[in-house]
Design a protein around this ligand. Structure first.
Ligand code: ATP
Ligand code: ATP
Ligand code: MG
Ligand code: MG
Ligand code: MG
Ligand code: MG
Ligand code: MG
Length: 294
């Protein structure tokens, strides 16, 4: 293979190396899932089987790639976060994006029949696109994660109200859409309410409750919050233990830190991968799991 006269074509390849020391987010998104939902009869607004399948595929990806610190998913998308110290594929953008997208797609297709035993897949088969974005600070990364979870909330509240109007209120889709647009507009309110600027979400909560006796806060967390997948490799130690470790480290600094590094690596690879539906906007989630962003 080597040194053929054709080999010069290799020089046309230009790899993009993602900026060192930044948090890499690879976001994948299902291609044409609006159509796919209709084709396989996904329940609206949220088909639990489809959500569970997305989460199972994401868990498999996180398990297979220990460089992934945390992942967040909603609808037909998943964001995988690679630690800022990650050196996988020398941080080559196309290798990272295609590996994660294709690994996810492979598991999605492989696991399909476990979640949809009565509806076999047929072409066009599900596929996922992918992109990579680098975030230079923990704050930027946290804001990215918050952005996705806020998006989940806004969309789910809208979709829950929209589909309630149709499924429980007997409205046509067009009318439901119009109704939501009008009722959400403060200027269309009774004069008493003008100037109070009720928020869009307060409006929808009110519609859900007054028309259908649905308390949005009682909707399943998996739909309201999306799903977070992370490596639970280190429970927060009591402060006393940490002091004891630090004293040990002082006694034999070099030796200890090397062993520690190895141990951490092993722990990371063996760690339990957790799938949960938690608030990742507030500090609490991150404060309780300091290893995720350190
Ligand atoms: P594109 O290829 O541009 O991504 P798309 O049709 O996939 O097009 P998206 O914006 O990604 O467009 O939207 C995904 C669609 O799939 C939304 O309509 C969303 O409601 C639907 N969807 C995703 N997961 C579920 C689910 N679990 N249950 C019901 N509908 C879902
Ligand atoms: P990377 O992840 O970097 O791509 P790799 O192990 O996949 O690593 P490649 O350079 O892609 O490395 O090489 C693919 C290997 O698979 C080669 O050794 C090639 O000979 C072998 N291979 C591919 N297809 C076949 C096949 N049909 N039969 C036998 N061997 C194959
Ligand atoms: Mg898209
Ligand atoms: Mg999509
Ligand atoms: Mg999408
Ligand atoms: Mg290969
Ligand atoms: Mg090859």
């Amino acid at each position: 293979m080597a040194n053929s006269r054709f080999e010069y074509v290799k020089q046309f390849e230009h790899d993009k190396y993602l900026l060192p020391n930044t948090w890499i987010v690879i976001r994948i998104d299902g291609r044409g899932f609006s159509k796919l939902c209709a084709k396989y009869g996904f329940e609206k607004p949220n088909d639990r089987r489809a959500v569970d399948l997305m989460n199972a595929a994401a868990k498999a990806v996180v398990t297979e790639l220990p460089d992934i610190t945390i992942a967040y998913g909603v609808s037909d998308e998943y964001s995988f976060v690679l630690h800022k110290s990650c050196t996988l594929f020398e941080r080559r953008s196309s290798k990272l994006i295609t590996t994660i997208s294709s690994t996810f797609t492979a598991y999605y297709v492989h696991l399909w029949s476990s979640y949809f035993p009565d509806t076999p897949l047929s072409s066009p088969l599900p596929s996922f696109d992918g992109r990579a974005v680098c975030y230079p600070s923990v704050q930027n990364l946290r804001d990215y994660m918050s952005w996705r979870q806020v998006d989940c909330h806004i969309n789910n509240l809208y979709n829950t109200t929209f589909w309630s109007l149709i499924q429980l209120g007997g409205m046509e889709a067009k009318d439901a859409e119009k109704f939501l647009a009008v009722s959400a507009h403060p200027s269309r309110k009774s004069p008493k309410l003008i100037g109070m600027q009720p928020t869009l979400s307060a409006d929808k909560n009110e519609i859900l409750f007054s028309k259908f006796k649905i308390n949005y806060n009682n909707e399943p967390e998996v739909f309201r919050k999306g799903t977070v997948v992370f490596r639970d490799y280190e429970l927060v130690e009591p402060a006393g233990q940490r002091v004891a470790d630090a004293v040990d480290n002082l006694a034999e600094p070099v030796q200890q830190s090397k062993t520690q590094e190895e141990t951490d690596k092993k722990r990371r690879a063996k760690a339990r991968v957790v799938v949960d539906h938690l608030d990742i906007i507030k500090d609490d989630f991150w404060d309780r799991r300091p290893w995720l962003l350190s």
